[in-house]
Design a protein around this ligand. Structure first.
Ligand SMILES: [Cu+2]
Length: 568
């Protein structure tokens, strides 16, 4: 695979009338066509038909500049309904095109199509798109590359070339059958059979050596690697043999450069990395391995691509392999994530709320639901479940956005608690008091413009684990994390209000807490959930509705798109 030189052809130049003047603006409009269809793929010597965009896995990359708009027509030629989400794109005032199934729309049914209007604002760097219905995101995903606006540039020397690297999971079986079976029995879904980098498991996986992804580099040049974690259920360590590299952005927001030989990245996150090809011209493995701190079943395999220097040399018979932290090495994970600080420069300022209007404390738990006569496939014959504030989210049959917009009753309740109804020693001996959650579609309503703080408290209920929490419609500041129970007095004393990273997905440490802050300046209906897919399926989710502000410009775009698939 040849690296693409930077310099992309853009679609249609946008024009804007301002005060009677015709101004050529930097904002462009792009058009993409996604055809969803079943396509045969062979990995690990197993062939299966899987649901893809345009027959590709990973799917096509969307290229825009900061502040552009992309119209993506999604036509479903598959066998079941799907929605697409533009992960990390804030979509100001435009929840209509956000995508989560039965939250902002119903699935695009086979034979139907829908055009998403993806509105970019201050994002710059790498994001991604993925299906947001059942588990179809396993095979329906791709990168979004957001270049600096015309006339501006990166806050680092312009790289020679760039490359998208998408981490994902390969399942030998049909992914929809897999989650449908797990849902039917209440058991843990089967783990994936391999991880993949740009669709290829690579060394040391069965039947994978020949097809390993290769990235060719010129000695002495600097490359921008855009790493996307599109995997389903596992966090990952990632590194390149014999090369240090520098992480410069996370979730399409610049950070202070971190030089390291590995990263820990959770499902949902993206990281931009500068790599200097400064080692002896040869082959080097680029490898990702799981970080897993729980005792659920998981995929303990590795995936590799090859960094291949251009030139005349004898390739090594076995290229060097990076030494990454052990799968359970929590300290290594923390040692990387706690180094992340916002760039916070004059060109890329941050604006952390210091006076909080709305404070929400949320426990994050894995639970069980009782089954009659212990007839389910989970622990103790029960059904596996998950919750926020001990409420396991029930996805409604009518989308919440439509219900809110049209004032339909009986779809959701506005009473998601802003603190746990039952206070216990969250990270200690939790007993059996909170193992069984209630179930409901409980949402939080927030005033436009409110300064919001959310403390996520991981718990020892069920199965403690790191949870990558993701919020739609916003990026937020991660102001603090810690282990044990959040302490109202001492924990805030550790907050970083100077240069906290501005992100859309954060790992809540196992048996620990994480605090985020943001201004609720985006009216709409926004999903918030764990990005481990099995936890999201079990109900580790809720919805935040931000009310309209006082003006049209601070209200949801008034148009209900013509062909938005609504739930009847
Ligand atoms: Cu989780």
């Amino acid at each position: 695979m040849e690296l693409n030189k930077i310099g992309l052809l853009f679609g249609f130049l946008g024009f804007l009338f301002l005060d009677g003047l015709l101004l050529c603006t930097a904002k462009n409009v792009h058009h993409y066509s996604f055809i969803l269809k079943e396509t045969n793929f062979t990995r690990l010597c197993t062939t299966k038909s899987m649901f893809t965009v345009n027959g590709q896995w990973p799917g096509p990359t969307i290229h825009v500049r900061k502040g552009d708009t992309a119209f993506v027509n999604v036509h479903n030629d598959g066998n079941y309904g799907v929605t697409i989400h533009w992960h990390g794109v804030k979509q100001p005032r435009n929840p209509w095109s956000d995508g989560p199934e039965n939250i902002t729309q119903c699935p695009i049914q086979p034979g139907k199509n829908f055009t998403y209007e993806v509105i970019f604002s201050d994002e710059e760097g790498t994001l991604w798109w993925h299906a947001h219905s059942d588990w179809s995101r396993a095979t329906i995903h791709g990168a979004i590359v957001i270049l600096p606006e015309n006339g501006t540039t990166y806050p680092f020397p312009k790289p020679y070339a760039e490359q998208v690297l998408i981490l994902a999971e390969w399942f030998n079986g049909d992914v929809k059958e897999l989650i449908d079976n797990a849902t039917a029995t209440g058991a843990d879904p089967d783990p994936s059979d391999a991880y993949a980098i740009n669709g290829q498991p690579g060394f040391p996986n069965n039947c994978s050596n020949e097809t390993t992804s290769r990235f060719r580099v010129q000695y002495g040049e600097t490359y921008l690697l855009r790493v996307v974690h599109a995997g389903m259920n596992e966090e990952m360590f990632f590194g390149i043999a014999k090369h240090n590299f520098t992480v410069v952005a996370q979730d399409a927001s610049y950070i202070k450069p971190i030089t390291t030989d590995y990263i820990m990245i959770t499902p949902g996150q993206t990281m931009d990395i500068l790599l200097v090809a400064d080692q002896d011209p040869s082959y080097y493995y680029i490898t990702a391995t799981p970080f897993f701190d729980s005792n659920a079943p998981y995929d303990n395999s590795n995936t590799s691509a090859i960094l291949q220097y251009v030139g005349n040399y004898t390739p090594p018979s076995s290229p060097p392999y990076p030494s990454l932290p052990n799968t359970t090495d929590k300290d290594a994970a923390d040692n990387f994530t706690t180094r992340i600080r916002a760039l916070a420069s004059s060109e890329h300022p941050i604006n952390v709320p210091t006076e909080i209007d709305t404070q929400i404390f949320i426990t994050v738990s894995v639970n069980q639901i009782l089954c009659a006569n212990g007839s389910c496939g989970g622990p103790n014959g029960n059904r596996l479940s998950a919750s926020l504030n001990n409420i396991s989210f029930l996805t409604p049959t009518i989308d919440i956005l439509q219900a809110y917009y049209k004032n339909l009753s009986d779809v959701f309740t506005k009473d998601f608690p802003n603190k746990p109804l039952y206070v216990f020693n969250y990270t200690g001996d939790v007993g059996d008091n909170t193992i069984y959650p209630s179930q409901g579609t409980n949402v939080t309503i927030i005033d436009y413009g409110a300064a919001v703080e959310i403390v996520f408290q991981g718990t020892n209920v069920g199965n403690a684990e790191n949870h990558p929490m993701h919020l739609h419609g916003f990026s937020f500041y991660l102001v603090g994390t810690g282990y044990g129970n959040f302490n109202e007095t001492t924990s805030p004393e550790t907050y970083n209000l100077e240069d906290p990273p501005e992100v859309n997905t954060i790992g809540v440490p196992k048996n620990g807490w994480a605090t985020i802050r943001f201004i609720a300046n985006n009216p709409g209906v926004w999903f918030m959930h764990c990005h481990l897919e099995r936890h999201a399926s079990w109900g580790m989710a809720t919805v935040i509705i931000v009310k309209n502000g006082p003006t049209n410009e601070t209200s949801v775009l008034p148009i209900l798109p013509d062909n938005l698939p609504i739930c009847s």
